[in-house]
Design a protein around this ligand. Structure first.
Ligand code: PFF
Length: 446
């Protein structure tokens, strides 16, 4: 059996897990979800989902992972052998496949935009020309596929180096870079003349149409953004030491992840309003709208390089964690070296990722439920598989796992802490499943 690694330091743990959480979900997906769902109302629901459902579910993943020190499937096999609970682990690996197959496509796009920014060829166009450029690029057969292959090779290369030398060391270098870049970009955006309009759009309550669907979108976004529901955090926490405080780490990740999403919007909306662009542009927001914004900015070249570097780092460190779920499962279950499993899994991702990429070009007319392959994968993962996975993991820890295990993982000792533990278990048993389940079911009956 390939030897299991572990993270070496608390800082490394935080950077790796934040690296998983902070990704395209924060910088690419959150701002357009917020724009499409009426700004402030979405933000409020999102914050509720993060703290009332996200943090408890994230802690549940950490409890399972650190207690078992196994991959997502192995963890359930050891805690509930020969029961259908192992299905939750398999569901996680399956979800990992689905997300990876479109995540590598978008990560490839960020690489292209980074390259164009560095060479200076990105700037100089108009809003329309950027929309056309993006559509032509995404519809191209080969370029996006070549880029996704590069992304898969970099990712698998890091994973082969192992948990500490690969995932931890890379995260310790890239994440601080990401934070510095994020802050510089946000300060720059907030000094623009349209900053106030951008801030109003984000924070001032409006009479936007809030429906149960908005809540489902917010819940889906929270699970996606916090990397909950597919065992990525079970896998990462299986490399945690005993001295990691689970409650504190989960709260820190949630706060940082939320801040990054909000700060990313602070980068995007003030700039979008300053230069008279439309915020409701869906997934194309950072690829179609922002280049024209950078073109109009002083030293736009520098800002565009920084922004797409930020996006690329965020995407890469999250892609690492999704791929690690599958690599850890394959290496430990089939007794493979990490190198072998990374190569096999990387090859599979390239094949399925390519099909997903082609859904913008030659396969754009292949649709199911009115969605292209790409849209279907995103919808399936964020709005169905991750919430279902997150609820099942919460229910498992709330109802099935021995309370002593939960108490020992959370280092519960005093009577006051036991009271808090009961509140936590109540959240896992009722609040998470009832809220997510209710909202989830409502989409099928409306
Ligand atoms: N949290 C990542 C993001 O915000 O982009 C995406 C993600 C990573 C989802 C890992 C699920 C996961 F297990």
């Amino acid at each position: 059996m390939a030897s299991r690694g572990s993270f070496a330091s608390k800082f490394g743990v935080l950077m790796a897990t934040v690296g998983s959480a902070v990704g395209l979900g924060n910088i690419w997906r959150f701002p357009y979800q917020m724009a499409d769902n009426g700004g402030d109302a979405f933000l409020l629901m999102y914050v509720i989902c993060v703290f009332f459902m996200g943090v408890p579910a994230m802690m549940a993943e950490f409890i399972i992972g650190r207690h078992t020190h196994r991959n997502a499937v192995g963890a359930f096999e050891s805690l509930a052998p020969k029961t259908s609970w192992t299905g939750v682990g398999y569901l996680g690996v399956f979800t990992g496949f689905i997300i990876d197959c479109y995540y590598c496509v978008v990560t490839g796009w960020t690489l292209y935009y980074l390259y164009k920014s560095v060479t200076g060829s990105l700037l100089g166009g108009t809003m329309d020309s950027y929309a056309q450029m993006f559509s032509a690029f995404a519809a191209d057969t080969w370029l996006p596929i070549i880029l996704l292959i590069v992304v898969v090779i970099i990712t698998c290369g890091i994973l082969v180096m192992g948990v500490q030398k690969g995932i931890e060391n890379v995260s310790k270098v890239l994440l601080p870079m990401l934070f510095v870049t994020l802050i510089i970009l946000a300060v720059n955006s907030c000094l623009m003349p349209g900053a106030l309009d951008g801030l109003k759009f984000m924070f001032v309550p409006s009479k936007s149409n809030v429906t149960l669907f908005t809540f489902l979108d917010a819940a889906g976004q929270a699970f996606f953004s916090l990397s909950i529901g597919m065992g990525a955090l079970i896998t990462y926490s299986s490399y945690f030491d005993d001295n990691i405080n689970i409650t504190k780490t989960a709260t820190q990740i949630a706060v940082i992840d939320l801040l990054v999403a909000v700060v990313s919007s602070l980068i995007i909306f003030p700039a979008v309003f300053t230069f008279g662009a439309e915020p409701e542009q869906g997934p194309g927001l950072v690829f179609k709208v922002l280049p024209s914004v950078f073109t109009q900015m002083k030293i736009g070249w520098l800002w565009s390089v920084m922004f797409y570097l930020l996006l690329f780092i965020a995407a890469l460190t999250s892609f690492l964690s999704i791929t690690e779920v599958v690599v850890a499962y394959a290496s430990e279950t089939f007794n493979l070296k990490r190198l072998t499993s990374s190569i096999i899994i990387g090859a599979i991702f390239v094949v399925i990722g390519s099909v997903t990429s082609l859904s913008f070009g030659p396969l754009k007319d292949v649709t199911l439920f009115d969605m292209t392959i790409f849209e279907l994968m995103d919808y399936l993962a964020s709005n169905i598989l991750l919430p279902v996975g997150g609820v099942l993991i919460s229910v498992f820890v709330g109802w099935r796992l021995d309370r002593k295990v939960v108490a020992s993982q959370l280092k519960v000792e005093s009577p006051k802490q036991y009271k808090l533990l009961s509140v936590y278990i109540f959240f896992l048993r009722y609040i998470v499943p009832v809220t997510v389940g209710g909202v989830f079911a409502s989409q099928f009956f409306s």
